[in-house]
Design a protein around this ligand. Structure first.
Ligand SMILES: [Mg+2]
Length: 680
């Protein structure tokens, strides 16, 4: 107003579309000015032109277009502005400043505040001091980084070439050889040798080829040799390996097998310290402990302490030292299976006792699967680009590759191909909805969308704001396609089930959107029950099960509906770990309180203390998971593992930061799994 800009038709240039820039555009348009936006990148073109109605978008590197004259008004507090006197003189330009603190000049012109005035300054403005009116009309933009993969996975790997057919032949021959090794081991009456071979197959990531044989043999051995680990005088390495292999396959071997490695004073024998492999094997076994197994708690402290020292002192064997360090960072049992396979292959190839055929087979198998995964990713990329969501929903996290990585972490085997496609598609849809609720939508728009989801009817499209129509329509289409597929299989119950779960998740998103606008921080337990739903606790396993026709029948869905402990524990781990690493950034940008804030508020703890408490909770939840995997099971262990892998994803992809929101963090995993084949 001070610069007589309230005259319709006058030109207004806005530099940068941040918080204040956004406001300036809104004011300019409301006053009927011709608004030109100057930005350093084209990433905001869509938002500026289509949503804010900017008249012209100028990339500030374009020197010709930057030749302008007029009054340059400083509104925010840039740290430094440089210009030469000549550039002011030529064209008679003026530099001026805003009337700081006179914000009443700005608010109240019947302008819809799409963006909080102070959002970039500090989150304290977003919390209770903000009036309800402002909160209701607040678009909490998060400015997520764009995808880092661009066109990397656009092209489909070519159909089989002659070279690849040769490769197939070699692969089949090696598979036969491994099968033979397996049956030889099974026919000699040496159960320990069998278990060691089974362990190699599991750790190299190829056990899925021999699932039935392995299952049968372990069953047989567990029945016929109940005290196998205590028989003979097996060393620590062997006893701990037998213990771990059985527990990982759902057999509850007693932790009493480790008593013989203790002195009469109850401490672990000092002589074990020099046995690096033995200690490492015991450390890996402790990850399978359940509640009240004190000997394994002691073993964890004993092994961790010594492995840390050992890893620093192993100059003679850098391979082993590296393996120990990696094991300390991420134990096998709580790691993501595909990544663990790569880790073990690179260790195994330096082992003197290695089986060459098995090693080669594992590498070829890895590359084979990688090719399949690349094909799936390329198909999904084209599906995603056709939807054009990254452009329409410019405010969302464009993370197709990271979500596909997630689905590989949940289930990598070829038989789960369809499950991966379904999970990725549904999660991307949910991510668009989630980010609309957290990082763009106005409360009234979200209310409309939540209501439309409840109705699940294409006629509800008319009640939606224009920008949400493509999302709603695509979601309904996706479910229609899925329904057609599964109805042919007589499994329409699966799609009806996940549809209800989508409704439940969207309701939970809406609750969070309301809490955010009310500045409400719920009690920890109340918060967690909503936060588990918004983390897709039942929806995600159900989406995967929908794609697993062979073993996921109606009972598997009923089991999910009963909210089994193993599922609740896995997703609670995900929520605790994810919120711990992401809550500070979220609060800075303006986001509903996380379970971290709820805990701190309810128990009066500091952030550090809360982090410690959460770590203890995570440890205990793993014990629950381990216990659940060893109960008589209503559904197959392989389905349970699809759920346990969610906790593993939390441990790996959210170790330091949220790897989905910050794609750089998981970039290396994407490259290992989908870009670089293993050298043969
Ligand atoms: Mg959310």
């Amino acid at each position: 107003m001070r610069h007589k800009m309230n005259q319709p038709g006058k030109p207004l240039g806005v530099i940068g579309l941040g918080g204040l820039g956004h406001m300036a555009v809104k004011f300019g348009k409301a006053l009927g000015l011709k608004v030109k936006l100057f930005s350093t990148s084209t990433s905001k073109t869509e938002e500026a032109l289509n949503l804010l109605g900017v008249d012209k978008f100028v990339v500030s590197f374009d020197q010709d277009q930057m030749k302008v004259a007029g009054v340059y008004i400083l509104v925010g507090f840039p740290s430094e502005v440089k210009f030469s006197p000549a550039s002011v003189l030529i064209g008679a330009k003026t530099v001026s400043g805003s009337a700081w603190k006179k914000k009443s000049h700005m608010i109240g012109n019947n302008i819809n505040l799409d963006f909080a005035l102070y959002c970039s300054a500090s989150s304290k403005y977003i919390n209770p001091s903000m009036s309800n009116k402002v909160r209701e009309n607040y678009r909490p933009l998060a400015n997520f980084r764009p995808s880092i993969w661009k066109d990397t996975f656009d092209s489909m790997p070519s159909p089989k070439l002659v070279k690849e057919l040769e490769y197939d032949k070699q692969f089949e021959e090696l598979k036969e050889q491994v099968k033979e090794t397996l049956s030889t081991a099974f026919s000699t009456d040496d159960p320990v040798k069998e278990v060691i071979l089974i362990n190699s197959l599991c750790r190299l990531g190829v056990s899925y080829h021999f699932k039935t044989e392995i299952e049968q043999r372990l069953h047989h051995i567990f029945e016929s040799h109940p005290d196998l680990a205590a028989e003979n005088d097996y060393d620590l390495y062997t006893v701990a390996l037998i213990f771990r292999v059985f527990r990982q396959h759902g057999f509850k071997m007693s932790c009493g097998v480790f008593n013989k490695f203790k002195e009469s004073d109850g401490k672990f024998k000092e002589s074990l310290i020099s046995d690096v492999r033995g200690i490492l094997s015991l450390y890996e076994a402790t990850q399978l402990r359940v509640h009240e197994e004190d000997i394994l708690e002691e073993a964890l402290i004993f092994t961790t302490t010594h492995l840390k020292k050992i890893s620093l002192a192993l100059d003679t064997s850098p391979q082993l030292a590296n393996y120990v360090t990696k094991g300390l960072e991420q134990p096998f049992h709580t790691g993501v299976p595909r990544l663990e396979a790569i880790k073990y292959i690179s260790f195994y190839e330096h082992e003197e006792s290695r089986n060459e055929a098995l090693l080669k087979f594992a590498k070829l198998d890895f590359n084979h699967l990688q090719l399949l995964h690349k094909q799936e990713l390329s198909y999904l990329t084209s599906w995603w680009k056709d939807l054009n969501f990254a452009s329409i929903y410019f405010y969302m996290r464009d993370r197709l590759v990271e979500i596909y990585l997630w689905s590989i972490a949940q289930h990598y085997e070829p038989c789960y191909s369809r499950a991966r496609l379904i999970v990725t598609k549904i999660v991307m849809m949910m991510m668009a909805i989630d980010d609309t609720y957290d990082a763009y939508g106005l409360l009234d728009e979200l209310r409309c969308f939540t209501d439309a989801i409840e109705r699940w009817d294409i006629d509800a499209l008319n009640q939606l704001p224009n920008y949400l129509k493509p999302l709603y329509k695509s979601l309904l289409n996706l479910f229609e396609e899925l329904n057609n597929e599964v109805t042919e299989e007589g499994r329409s119950y699966s799609v009806s089930f996940i549809k209800e779960m989508v409704k439940e998740v969207v309701r939970a998103y809406f609750v969070e959107a309301q809490w955010f606008r009310e500045g409400f921080v719920p009690l920890f337990d109340e918060h967690m029950s909503n936060a588990l739903i918004s983390a897709c606790c039942v929806l995600l396993p159900a989406a995967a099960f929908t794609g697993i026709r062979e073993i996921a029948g109606i009972h598997a869905f009923e089991w999910l509906q009963s909210k089994p402990k193993v599922m609740m524990s896995s997703f609670t781990i995900l929520r605790l770990i994810a919120d711990l690493v992401s809550h500070e950034d979220e609060q800075k940008r303006g986001h509903v309180a996380s379970v971290v804030e709820s805990y701190m508020k309810e128990y009066g703890t500091s952030r550090m203390e809360t982090a410690e408490k959460f770590k203890i909770m995570v440890t205990n939840l793993w014990k629950d998971i381990n216990e659940e995997c060893m109960r008589p099971k209503i559904i197959p262990l392989q389905l349970i593992n699809v759920i346990v892998n969610v906790a593993r994803i939390a441990e790996v992809f959210y170790k330091e930061v949220d790897g989905v929101t910050n794609p750089e963090y998981v970039k290396d995993y994407v490259k290992k799994l989908f870009v670089d084949p293993l050298p043969l």
